[in-house]
Design a protein around this ligand. Structure first.
Ligand code: 8YV
Length: 326
């Protein structure tokens, strides 16, 4: 019997590719070209499965061009690149990679918070530029992290990981806002208190965004919300570009309406709003929150397991639209 055909849309670990090749006839992209939507659709034609990352958009148009497609396995926990209702309508299974990146991403959220509040990259640039000629009492004085108030917007698994780090590791007072409130047990484990969005914005010394992107969460943080924050506050976005209005944020940073921001995700990335590149009080990283070797391997393994699980054994591990299985 011939093997099912799949497309691996971006470069992956050679071991992941070798594993997939045991089960599938694989078209790969180890050259890691970023294809246009038309190229992606053309390459998906005749394939039963796709191994995707957050950069491949699977929508009704792409699906209409690829009637043989049965499953798309995203190597990411976020899946705003998938039009899940359109996939479900065409009986295409969608899977993601939850859990395996939770702690690593929470670590990075904290790294970005620390770097932002304590002005790590700004001071490093100063030193590298040869500007450090003497110590002074207020040089790069930043915001206190321990004992301050940590606000978390979006209290899923990663949000809870950040809350635990803040509460247990840094003695922070943790407040959060989420579509639904956590159970009392989870709130106790995170030492986190549920507040309104307004109280969160007004009270947090450090506000970390960890909510999923959707049409509803577009520009959750814009000029009005930034104006509600403390002028001494820091903002950290490890969620998705588009949740923050990057232009409004750059203006708020320039005018010191908030103290600083740490951003791992951007509207229209890999492009970055030009004004963000010119303000000093922002730490910018290229969407690397889950980037440790172990975690990226675990994500690739889980995406591969989902393809093998579904196309070979009929049992995907982490389906997003399990209704297509019935
Ligand atoms: C990925 C992410 O690295 O999992 C997610 O949702 O944002 C990152 O961990 C990225 O999306 C690549 O697929």
């Amino acid at each position: 019997m011939s093997k099912p055909r799949i497309l691996v849309a971006r470069a992956v670990f050679p071991e992941t590719l070798a594993r997939l090749e045991q089960h599938f006839e694989v078209e790969h992209n180890q050259a890691d070209q970023v294809w246009s939507k038309q190229d992606l659709a053309a390459r998906l034609r005749g394939k039963a499965g796709a191994f995707t990352t957050g950069t491949e958009r699977i929508d009704a148009e792409v699906l209409a061009a690829c009637p043989e497609l049965k499953v798309c396995a995203n190597m990411a926990v976020g899946y705003n690149n998938f039009d899940v209702p359109a996939m479900t309508a065409r009986k295409v299974l969608a899977t993601n990679t939850p859990d395996v990146l939770t702690e690593t991403t929470a670590d990075f959220g904290f790294a970005l918070l620390m770097a932002t509040a304590r002005r790590v990259t700004e001071s490093e640039h100063y030193l590298r530029a040869g500007k450090w000629t003497k110590w002074s009492y207020d040089m790069f004085a930043g915001a206190e992290v321990h004992g301050s108030t940590l606000g978390i917007l979006g209290m899923g698994r990663i949000g809870q990981g950040i809350a635990k780090r803040g509460a247990h590791g840094f003695g922070m007072d943790v407040i959060y806002h989420n579509r639904s409130r956590l159970s009392p047990d989870l709130e106790a484990a995170c030492k986190a208190r549920y507040v309104s969005k307004e109280e969160l914005l007004e009270t947090a010394d450090h506000l970390v965004l960890v909510l999923p992107y959707s049409a509803e969460s577009h520009h959750t943080i814009g000029a009005a919300e930034l104006a509600q924050m403390k002028p001494t506050a820091t903002l950290v976005n490890i969620a998705r570009g588009g949740i923050v209005d990057d232009g409004a944020l750059a203006a708020a940073l320039r005018d010191r309406r908030i103290a600083a921001a740490g951003l791992d995700v951007f509207e229209g990335e890999p492009k970055v709003h030009p004004d963000l590149l010119t303000v000093p009080n922002v730490v910018l990283t290229p969407h690397i929150a889950s980037a440790t070797v172990q975690t990226r391997r675990a994500m690739a393994d889980l995406a591969a397991d989902n393809l093998i699980g579904f196309l070979v054994n009929g049992r995907p591990l982490t389906p997003l639209n399990p209704e297509v299985l019935s």
